[in-house]
Structure formats: structure tokens, C-alpha cells
Design a protein around this ligand. Structure first.
Ligand code: C2E
Ligand code: CA
Ligand code: CA
Ligand code: CA
Length: 278
């Protein structure tokens, strides 16, 4: 049915219809991928800047697509978020990461301090049973909760509700550590740092990029490090690509780092080379 007088009030827009069909098709494809085990988790090393010692790994999901090969999260996480499929997918990543850490702890007992850091979507946070799911993933894998960090976004933490506060408090009671991902990119309000029991600030790559070449970026990174120190939080810089960035961040007092300079996200087998040497 098309309204008279042009398509300003058109009820049927063929282009929009095609988009919806395309979205439905892509969603079905993602669901099938999850059911058929096409997702894989890669791990990016996290190091202590001063010593380059391996302290943890961040779990980053990839889609091992039968035709397109290894597809990065940028190509499917937005749709998974929009459709809610991020909830079962994120749950799968969490369980997979806990089980991987458990196997590494058996094979490399000297590296038993190494932790796994898992990204948590706001949608997972809103879904019922999150705390129980996390507790079960850890118990089933048989790993200490202290070796699991959950990465939360500022957007999630800005939702200063009783439900958020209760879930975060329950996760802390289990012994999970909480990191604020992409710190500094979300909001200028910092009140949530007072309300919520976070442990780690992950300094966003956008500040790290210019930290060795530009005074403003260096000042911002330094401010975040000082804020962390004042609030007794660890600071971890993301996306470190050069020795200059790494030394500058270390000089500013940042303790931990992650980035292509140290290692790209890799399949579990490559992490094992590092675990063996650590
Ligand atoms: P993120 O959590 O900020 O993860 C860091 C991203 O930066 C990763 O991209 C990583 O490969 C990339 N990176 C690390 N070091 C460097 C570097 O030195 N230079 C550059 N240019 N990039 C670097 P990736 O793996 O493509 O993931 C993109 C985003 O997808 C992640 O950003 C995260 O927001 C999301 N994501 C990935 N896995 C999951 C997941 O399991 N659950 C959820 N909810 N989100 C995920
Ligand atoms: Ca992250
Ligand atoms: Ca990040
Ligand atoms: Ca990011």
C-alpha cells in the first residue's frame, strides 16, 4: 500500500524490505554458525611493560567462515548485538576461554598466575542469570575466579541501576576481576568508578596512538594513569605498536600493556609458545 503523493509516507519501501531480508538472512547465518561450531577464540597476550612478562590473555572471538575464512568480530558483533545473539555467543566465548585456561594451567603449572580476560556485552549483562552463568563456567572449568577478568564498557557502567550494582557486587564476591574497556572514550562522567568495584582501567588505543608523539595524548594517558593510582586501580594500555609508545607509557607509570608490538591475537597454539617460555 503506497500513500498518494509520492513516497514520503510509503509503507512499503522495497529497499528497506531488502535490508530486512538481508538482516534476517545474516542473523540466521550467525545462528547456524554458533550451532555448527564455526566460532573460534583467539587470545592476545597482555604483558607487564617493565619486564615484558606475560600476565594474561584477552579472548577475542573470530568466525571461521566456511567460504570467507577467518572473519573478525567487527563484521558480526554489531549484528549479534542488535539481534541478541551476543548473549549465547558471549556465553560460549566465556566457557571456551575458561576451559582453555584450565588446560593451560595443567600443561604449564609455572604460569598459573596467567589470567584470561573476556569481553562482556551490555546485552549479556541485562540477560537474567549472568552471575550464575559466570560462576558455573568457572566451576565447570575448575579454575580460580581470580584468574578471570571481565571487560565491561563505560556505557554499561553508566547505567547506574540497582541491577547493575547488584550484578557487579555479586561478581566481585565470587572473586572475578573487572576491567573498564576502552577507558576514556565513553563519557566524561567518572562517578561510576566510585559506585562500582572495578579493578583495571584499559587505556583506549586512541590515547596510546599519539602518546609518544603528541603532548595532548601523553597528558591524557598520564591523567588516566594518575587517576588509576589515586583510586587504587591497575592501568593497562591497549594497542601498543611501537617501542616508543611502550617506553613512554611505562615512564608515565602504566603497569600493563597489550598490542601488536608484543603479540597479535593468535590461535591458542601460538600462546603456548609464550607460556612455555614464561
Ligand atoms: P576490544 O575489546 O577493544 O579489543 C581490542 C581490539 O584491538 C582487537 O580487535 C585487537 O585485535 C585489536 N588490537 C590489539 N592490539 C592492537 C594493535 O597494536 N594495533 C591495532 N591496530 N589493533 C590492535 P578485534 O579482535 O578485531 O576485536 C574488535 C572488538 O570486537 C573488540 O574490541 C571487542 O569490542 C569486540 N569483541 C571481540 N571479541 C568479543 C567477544 O567475545 N564478546 C564481545 N562482546 N565483544 C567482542
Ligand atoms: Ca576488550
Ligand atoms: Ca578495548
Ligand atoms: Ca576497542
Amino acid at each position: 500500500a503506497k500513500a498518494a503523493g509520492g513516497n514520503r509516507y510509503a509503507l512499503f519501501d522495497p529497499a528497506m524490505h531488502a535490508d530486512l531480508l538481508d538482516e534476517a538472512r545474516r542473523r540466521a547465518e550467525l545462528e547456524r554458525a554458533l550451532a555448527e561450531g564455526q566460532f573460534v577464540v583467539h587470545y592476545q597476550p597482555i604483558v607487564e611493560l617493565k619486564t615484558s612478562r606475560l600476565v594474561g590473555v584477552e579472548a577475542l572471538v573470530r568466525w571461521n567462515h566456511p567460504e570467507r575464512g577467518l572473519v573478525g568480530p567487527g563484521a558480526f558483533i554489531p549484528l549479534a548485538e542488535a539481534t541478541g545473539l551476543i548473549v549465547p555467543l558471549g556465553h560460549w566465548v566465556l566457557r571456551q576461554s575458561c576451559q582453555q585456561l584450565a588446560r593451560w594451567r595443567v600443561a604449564y603449572p609455572h604460569a598459573c598466575d596467567v589470567y584470561v580476560s573476556v569481553n562482556l556485552s551490555a546485552r549479556q549483562f541485562q540477560a537474567p542469570g549472568l552471575v550464575d552463568d559466570v560462576a558455573a563456567a568457572i566451576a565447570d572449568a575448575g579454575i580460580p575466579a581470580g584468574n578471570v577478568t571481565l571487560e565491561l564498557t563505560e556505557t554499561l557502567l553508566m547505567r547506574d541501576t540497582a541491577a547493575t550494582a547488584n550484578a557487579l557486587a555479586a561478581l566481585k564476591r565470587i572473586g572475578i576481576r573487572l576491567a573498564v574497556d576502552d577507558f576514556g572514550t565513553g563519557y566524561s562522567a567518572l562517578g561510576y568508578l566510585r559506585s562500582f568495584p572495578v579493578d583495571i582501567l584499559k587505556i583506549d588505543k586512541s590515547f596510546v596512538d599519539g602518546v609518544a608523539t603528541n603532548h595532548e595524548d601523553a597528558a591524557l594517558a598520564q591523567t588516566i594513569v594518575q587517576l588509576g593510582r589515586t583510586l587504587n586501580l591497575q592501568t593497562l594500555a591497549e594497542g601498543i605498536e611501537s617501542v616508543e609508545q611502550s617506553s613512554q607509557l611505562e615512564a608515565l607509570g602504566c603497569t600493563y600493556g597489550q598490542g601488536y608490538l608484543f603479540a597479535r591475537p593468535t590461535a591458542p597454539e601460538q600462546v603456548e609458545t609464550l607460556l612455555r617460555r614464561s
